[in-house]
Design a protein. Structure first.
Length: 103
């Protein structure tokens, strides 16, 4: 190469790109979802606790229904009434699950 010839232009050094608004929104969104998930994991009751609470509430409701039907607690009729209501609940739950699983 001689002195009269022009040399090839030097490529520009790429500048660091700044994170745009979308990048910040993405970072904040991911952080918020992670914090929410950890909070639910730490503070939400377990499935077993929920099921025990649901069964206790259901038993009291069934006892109220049997009392309204004239089957006082402690009698053999009340035991039959509670068994029938439990069976009815199980049947309805299975039918509901079957209906929703067909979707």
């Amino acid at each position: 190469m001689s002195i009269a010839e022009q040399s090839a232009p030097i490529a520009e050094v790429p500048r660091k790109k700044r994170i745009g608004v979308e990048g910040y929104v993405l970072i904040v969104g991911v952080a918020a979802i992670a914090i929410y998930g950890l909070a639910r994991f730490a503070y939400e009751p377990s499935w077993q606790t929920k099921e025990v609470a649901m069964r206790a509430a259901m038993a009291t409701e069934h006892a109220k229904v049997c009392d309204q039907l004239g089957k006082p607690a402690g009698t053999p009729d009340a035991v039959k009434c509670l068994a029938l209501l439990d069976g009815l609940y199980t049947t309805h739950k299975e039918a509901f699950i079957a209906d929703n699983s067909e979707i």
